[in-house]
Design a protein around this ligand. Structure first.
Ligand code: PMP
Length: 414
């Protein structure tokens, strides 16, 4: 810890050193997915070349080794999130599967007619759609928590909407659209006054902020490995042990049972009860390596660096005529979402891509949030620890050239 430098992080991530369209890559699409350090890639490669085995079955050496590696990944995730015990960590495919797991098991048992699920208008579709589906099935209501004109969650409205009908509040630790960080701890405490549970979506937070689920007092916390320098197809759901203990399994099959008879099955205890079938063993091992890589830099140091880089980017982008940043300029993770007068977001993204700069244009899986600004699309440049001021300068300079080139914008942002 304490040895953080963006140049060192960058040097350890091979994909950042390629060229795209004849230019050195500038990766500003970290909100969609992050690139991988060689330590993570080597962990996958070593597992498949020397340690591949199924786990929890077969009394042979390699099965035991794979089981130990898998369970040590679980302990690493627990530690990374500040969970009380590894038993509170369920491996899933990613944030989306985590939300769906909670909806299918906990949700089915806790939501009925007359119950409310509070979801801020800012949220990602994966924090809305599973609850719409469940609400339709159970006769519950999904209640939108409005935003202030600026785009923060309206705390007064939130307090007013909470009631003893509220069973669940769903909330992102950091917004994928704006990067903004709501007062999760305060919102959780308020929800608990009404005995409502809180599901925190950490997809956009874990790579950027120190996280302590016990300090937040989150009942559930979800994240995706691929957004934190790990593999795709692996993620984790944290749930308080008391909740997991009472939750029914969702998928049935091998690995999740205690004993099976044709008449009845006794399920394994949590977390294995929620991990039917062969899991993504390599994914867990890769995720473990990615968490170690990030933690090795010191998460406070990374957060401080990214906060400064975000402020630098916010300032730099002011120089681009007609560029309008969405959302408040408060403390946030480095998502810079903007529109550019005279150019559609798709045109701007194409221009930037011609110059080797990867950003995302679109609705960012949060159509209600963009509609709040009267938009259906925007450009998002999203930062991570390996981005530098030079990356931000390349973005700004390319956008300035697009403005000089005028409408239509094609032909290379070099
Ligand atoms: N929640 C948020 C806030 C996200 O940004 C994303 C990814 N864009 C997701 C959920 C979904 O993550 P995944 O696709 O990895 O399941």
């Amino acid at each position: 810890a304490g040895a953080f430098s963006p140049e060192r992080a960058r040097a350890e991530v091979p994909a950042l050193h390629r060229t795209v369209n004849g230019h050195p890559l500038v990766w500003l699409d970290n909100g969609a997915t992050t690139h991988k350090p060689h330590q993570m890639i080597e962990a996958l490669s070593t597992y498949y070349s020397a340690a591949n085995s199924n786990i929890h079955r077969g009394a042979h050496t390699m099965a035991r080794e794979a089981t130990e590696a898998y369970e040590s990944g679980r302990a690493a995730v627990a530690d990374f999130l500040g969970a009380a015990s590894p038993e509170e960590i369920v491996f899933v495919r990613g944030t989306t599967e985590a939300t769906n797991l909670v909806a299918h098991t906990w949700g089915r048992d806790h939501l009925g007619p007359g119950d409310d699920i509070l979801v801020p208008v800012l949220e990602h579709h994966s924090d809305l759609v599973p609850w719409q589906q469940l609400a339709a099935e159970r006769g519950a209501r999904v209640v939108p928590v409005p935003l202030t004109p600026e785009g923060t969650i309206d705390q007064g409205a939130y307090a007013d909407l909470l009631s003893y009908r509220t069973q669940l509040v769903v909330l992102s630790h950091a917004s994928n659209v704006l990067g903004t960080i709501p007062p999760v701890r305060e919102m959780t405490a308020l929800a608990h006054r009404y005995d409502a549970a809180v599901l925190v979506d950490g997809a956009q937070a874990v790579a950027h902020l120190p996280v302590d689920v016990q300090e937040l007092d989150a009942d559930f916390y979800a994240f995706s490995g691929h957004k934190i320098f790990g593999p795709t197809g692996i993620g984790a759901l944290y749930a308080k042990s008391a909740l997991l203990a009472e939750m029914r399994p969702w998928q049935g099959g091998g690995n999740m049972i205690e004993s099976v008879e044709f008449g009845r099955t006794a399920f394994a205890s949590a977390p294995h009860r929620f991990e039917a079938g062969t899991g993504h063993i390599a994914g867990v091992i890769g995720l473990h390596a990615a968490l170690d890589w990030l933690s090795g830099f010191g998460r406070e140091a990374v957060a401080a660096y990214e906060t400064a880089l975000t402020a630098y980017a916010q300032d730099a982008l002011q120089a681009v005529p007609g560029l309008e940043l969405l959302g408040p300029a408060t403390r946030k993770v480095g998502a810079l979402t903007f529109t550019l007068a005279g150019h559609t977001p798709e045109e701007a993204a194409r221009w930037l891509d011609d110059g080797g700069i990867a950003v995302r244009a679109g609705h960012h899986c949060a159509q209600p949030a963009l509609r709040h600004y009267g938009l259906d699309s925007a450009v998002r440049a999203s930062l991570a620890l390996y981005n530098t001021r030079e990356d931000v300068d390349r973005l700004t300079e390319s956008l300035l050239r697009l403005c000089e080139a005028g409408g239509g914008g094609s032909g290379g942002g070099a």
